[in-house]
Design a binder for this molecule. Structure first.
Ligand code: GLP
Length: 262
């Protein structure tokens, strides 16, 4: 696990973009990349920086495939707050990733069984695309990643899940009031995410400080779903000073971020 601490949200976006680029350089050879996409405010600066790399000719998403982390249950796919529409606006149109190459878990169907079957097929679609090269992640204030709320199995696969009251409150800003936030979602599981070749998690602000400390330095435990990143072979966590507030091993992270010289 690599921990990078930026002074400002802008530094975080730039450091995270470098980590994404490095991931593609490391894992993608002469084929279009497969990117895992997160919604939320945290990765917006990162997407802006990736757009700059596209303009500079260092990245090309014109033939890339994207897999969303999650989707609300019950919103029509055309709803402006559905994660499909959010990712079309915030990622496809910004990075030039074709909408037809964007996969999002099915969140709208007449029958529960249809959603559960589609969730099972989502992992198969990721495998059929060759796996995710770089997965971008945010983190909820309660330590959730995707919509894997505290208590989720660390080996879970893409599944239908209930949202906690805290998450619905946190996301109420997009809907007007907490009651308008859907009660359920379909999310990639923690086991699904662990299969991505590189994970790049972005967090900014004091509101994320407890979750970040628990994810990086707390016990590996379902009570902080993001702590599962401790098991990943190539996870990079990029945070600002405010989100780093509660970290105990700051000296080690700062020293480790320096280039190795002999
Ligand atoms: C939602 C998403 C997560 C995201 C989290 C944090 O719950 N499902 O993928 O990481 O919000 O959002 P924000 O970055 O806006 O704080």
């Amino acid at each position: 696990m690599k921990v990078l601490i930026g002074s400002t949200p802008e530094d975080v976006a730039a450091l995270a973009a470098d980590s994404v680029l490095e991931g593609f350089e490391r894992y993608v050879d002469n084929r279009p990349p497969v990117i895992g996409l997160a919604t939320g405010s945290s990765p917006l600066g990162l997407y802006g920086q990736l757009a700059e790399l596209v303009k500079a000719g260092k990245l090309d998403f014109s033939q890339a495939t994207g897999f969303a982390l999650d989707e609300y249950v019950g919103l029509p796919a055309t709803h402006e707050q559905s994660y499909r529409q959010t990712l079309i606006r915030e990622v496809c149109q910004v990075l030039g990733l074709p909408e037809e190459n964007l996969h999002v878990p099915l969140g709208a169907a007449d029958k529960l069984r249809t959603l559960e079957t589609a969730a099972g097929h989502y992992d198969e679609a990721i495998a059929a695309a060759g796996g995710v090269d770089v997965q971008i992640l945010g983190i909820g204030s309660n330590g959730h990643i995707g919509f894997n709320e505290p208590g989720t199995s660390l080996r879970s696969r893409t599944h239908l899940t209930r949202l906690t009251a805290r998450t619905r409150n946190d996301n109420a800003r997009f809907f007007g009031s907490p009651d308008q936030v859907p009660t359920h979602s379909v999310t990639q599981g923690l086991g699904t995410m662990l299969e991505a070749r590189r994970l790049v998690l972005v967090a900014t602000g004091r509101v994320k400080a407890e979750a970040i400390a628990a994810a990086i330095e707390g016990p590996l435990a379902a009570s902080c779903p993001a702590s599962v990143l401790q098991l990943h072979q190539d996870a990079v966590l990029v945070v600002d000073e405010a989100a780093a507030t509660n970290l105990q091993h700051r000296e080690y992270y700062d020293a480790s971020a320096q280039a190795l010289t002999f």
